[in-house]
Ligand binder design. Structure first.
Ligand code: NAD
Length: 261
């Protein structure tokens, strides 16, 4: 498979899953638009690293996924810069943990905006070009929390369930246009986000690192192993291939058996 002469936008790709997906798409020849927050020098290193490693063009868009106007501008700018937007990966996401009665309303709105509404606005901007060319791939990083809940994660769980509904609807609307729309739903993925939680959890619960991994993080994951960012990226790449052209409107779990329980 090659994505040469195609362009991919990956939201939330300055770290973790998104950066790995962007690199995988670039490895197959796609020009990529990176997006997300972080230290300017690290973002520039990631951008330049993609260009030098894979011989494609990589652009960084600073669009804030809570702002519909910035999302639309990011898509328009990518089309002007590279000619097309063929692959859209809605990946930006944040988490917030609180009981519903204490959950700040503005934080609920923020989680919904970044994890769900941003995908709607990015699709809205990218779909006309994909339709005009008769080809497109829209992939959203959902979560095992698109299928099951955990306490204290109301906004995240609601947003991730919501993105599955948005995905199904878009898939039906676009079914005859050569555009597929799917979710990938990982369980716990080993990213810096997850790793960073370990010291605090060790301290708070008086546990060893291994106990935190086995009894807290991987409690619900029967394989007792983390999903890797490379595995998520490999699935995203497969969804971009011709072999996946009849996979649409679905939510593919990659969660070590979590949601089989
Ligand atoms: P991460 O924190 O490494 O990546 C999140 C990305 O989103 C970063 O690039 C960050 O800068 C960006 N972002 C946050 N707020 C933004 C905003 N307002 N505008 C633009 N970008 C913004 O985390 P990750 O683990 O790689 O998560 C990526 C996605 O995968 C998220 O949607 C997350 O819900 C999902 N996911 C992660 C796991 C896991 O265990 N790590 C499991 C299931 C699903």
């Amino acid at each position: 498979m090659t994505l040469t002469s195609k362009t991919a936008i990956v939201t939330g790709s300055t770290s973790g899953i998104g950066l790995c997906v962007a690199r995988a798409l670039a490895r197959e020849g796609a020009n990529v638009v990176l997006n997300g927050f972080g230290e300017a020098a690290a973002i520039e290193a990631a951008r330049a690293g993609i260009e030098s490693a894979f011989g494609v063009k990589a652009h960084y868009a600073a669009a804030d996924m809570t702002r519909p106007g910035e999302i639309a501008d990011m898509v328009r700018d990518a089309e002007e810069r590279f000619g097309t937007v063929d692959v859209l990966v809605n990946n930006a996401g944040i988490q917030f943990v609180s009981a519903i009665e204490d959950f700040p309303g503005e934080t609920w709105e923020r989680v919904l905006a970044i994890n769900l509404s941003s995908a709607f606005y990015a699709m809205q901007a990218a779909i006309p070009g994909m339709k005009a060319r008769g080809w497109g791939r829209i992939i959203s990083t959902a979560s095992a929390h698109s299928l099951v809940a955990s306490p204290y994660k109301s906004a995240y769980v609601a947003a991730k369930h919501g993105i599955v509904g948005l995905t199904k609807t878009a898939a039906l609307e676009l079914a005859t246009h050569g555009i597929t729309v799917n979710c990938i739903s990982p369980g716990y993925v080993w990213t810096s986000l997850v790793e960073a939680q370990i010291p605090d959890t060790m301290k708070a619960r008086g546990l060893t690192k291994q106990q935190v991994i086995d009894d807290v993080l991987l409690k619900a994951q029967p394989t007792k192993a983390f999903v890797t960012v490379d595995q998520v990226a490999a699935l995203a790449l497969f969804l971009c291939s011709d072999a996946a052209s009849q996979i649409t409107g679905t939510n593919i779990s990659m969660d070590g058996g979590w949601t089989a329980q």
